[in-house]
Design a protein around this ligand. Structure first.
Ligand code: SAH
Length: 395
């Protein structure tokens, strides 16, 4: 096995169990390693710190599999880690019974670069690092064994694979895809398109926030911006909203939303309106028409994939939140989110506070929101906390 030596002092983050080794921390590699190969990691004074996957073209030059000198990185290792991640979901009382569930959340589950989501009998896996890509067979076999699922579909088409020198890869790696796939989320039936949908097909991270939206929606006029396939909209209807206007620029997403509404005959479709439009323009048009709402959901796409985009993203967040506040009736609630890794909670809250003050409203936070507990955040890996939200009520 090749040996990776760190520059003096660069072991500090590893001693805190942070799993990334940046290119600038690597003093030298002794021996030969190809992309994804396991290497021993040593401090400058020769102490073994653990084992990592080597990734020669990435700025994250290696990702730790373990923080000791004894663990062997083999099929059995992946079997143990995958089984532990699946068991943690199975034993969480708020997650049992869910048929759409994140089973593996990358670094936070000790499996850097591995995402696995379960939709009924289908597991969708996304491998985004050289090490994860190298161990595909072991990870897939372990998932099949731990879940008993009949199908594993790979959706390794995220842009970040390019940073690791990996080509996109999609398709069935075990079994076959059923023609259509549905899950039930808090009583609402939703179609999941694992081959063509966003990410692995569905935004599982918002599950519990959708339920909260439903709880707050009774008797309210709801506006759901960036609605995708209608997750928040349908929960609002289920919760007894008076009306729900949903906006998204994607025709296919809205077509799926319409099918989802039809899958739930218990919901009153007459209360739902769908606009295929740019949200930035639609918000201005609604304001010009003098419309107002009692509950507004803003769940935009990632405006800032990294800190480098933060400034432009901040303007976009400010803009939609400003219009959100202006469209709220007195006592109305804004549920606003950012899934940008480059915008932390503190900055996000500042942006939203700025929007409230520009809109001239008195506002207070009712709930701080984050991803559901099947998307845990490793305490040593705060970068894992990408989704943050605020439920804010105005006077
Ligand atoms: N809230 C959704 C997920 C939103 S994902 C859920 O709970 O499932 C972001 C959505 O924003 C995508 O559906 C995308 O089509 C849409 N989108 C991106 N930019 C947009 C824009 N400028 N105007 C309207 N919709 C946009």
């Amino acid at each position: 096995m090749a040996r990776l030596f760190l520059h003096p002092g660069k072991e500090r983050s590893l001693l805190r169990r942070h799993p990334w080794i940046f290119a600038g921390s690597v003093e030298r590699l002794e021996g030969r390693a190809r992309a994804g190969d396991t290497v021993d990691v040593l401090s400058a004074d020769g102490r073994v710190l653990g084992r990592a996957a080597w990734s020669p073209v990435s700025q994250i030059r290696a990702r730790m599999w373990c923080f000791d000198a004894d663990t062997t990185i083999d099929h059995a290792f992946f079997k143990r880690r995958v089984a532990a991640a699946v068991a943690a979901r199975q034993s969480h009382p708020l997650l049992t019974g869910q048929d759409g569930l994140r089973l593996i959340h990358g670094e936070s589950d000790g499996l850097p670069g591995v995402i696995a989501d379960r939709y009924g009998d289908v597991v969708v896996v996304q491998l985004t690092s050289a090490g994860a890509d190298k161990w595909r067979d072991a990870i897939v076999a372990a998932l099949v064994q731990a879940t008993g699922c009949s199908t594993v579909y790979e959706r390794s088409d995220s842009d970040v694979r390019g940073l690791e020198g990996l080509e996109p890869k999609t398709g069935c790696v075990h079994g076959a895809l059923p023609e259509t796939l549905q899950i039930v989320e808090h009583g609402v039936r939703m179609e999941v398109d694992v081959a063509g949908g966003h990410k692995t097909g569905f935004y599982l991270d918002q599950r519990d926030n959708r339920l909260l939206t439903g709880r707050l929606a009774r008797g309210r006029r709801v506006l759901n911006c960036f609605c995708y396939t209608g997750g928040f909209s349908l929960q609002a209807l289920a919760g007894g909203a008076e009306s729900v206007l949903s906006i998204d620029s994607s025709g296919p997403a809205l077509a799926t939303a319409a099918r989802n509404l039809a899958l739930n005959p218990q919901l009153d479709a007459a209360r739902a309106d769908w606009w295929e439009e740019d949200v930035f323009e639609a918000l201005r048009a609604l304001r010009a028409e003098g419309r107002s709402f009692d509950l507004i959901v803003l769940d935009p796409p990632k405006f800032a994939p990294s800190a480098a985009h933060a400034e432009r993203a901040a303007r976009a967040y400010k803009d939609i939140n400003l219009f959100g506040f202006r469209l709220l009736a007195p006592g109305g609630i804004l549920m606003t989110y950012s899934c940008s890794g480059g915008i932390g909670l503190e900055l996000f809250q500042k942006i939203v506070a700025g929007a409230a003050s520009d809109a001239g409203v008195d506002a207070r936070i009712l709930h701080r929101l984050s991803a559901a507990p099947d998307h845990p955040i490793g305490l040593s890996v705060p970068e894992g906390e990408y989704l943050k939200g605020l439920a804010i009520q105005i006077a």
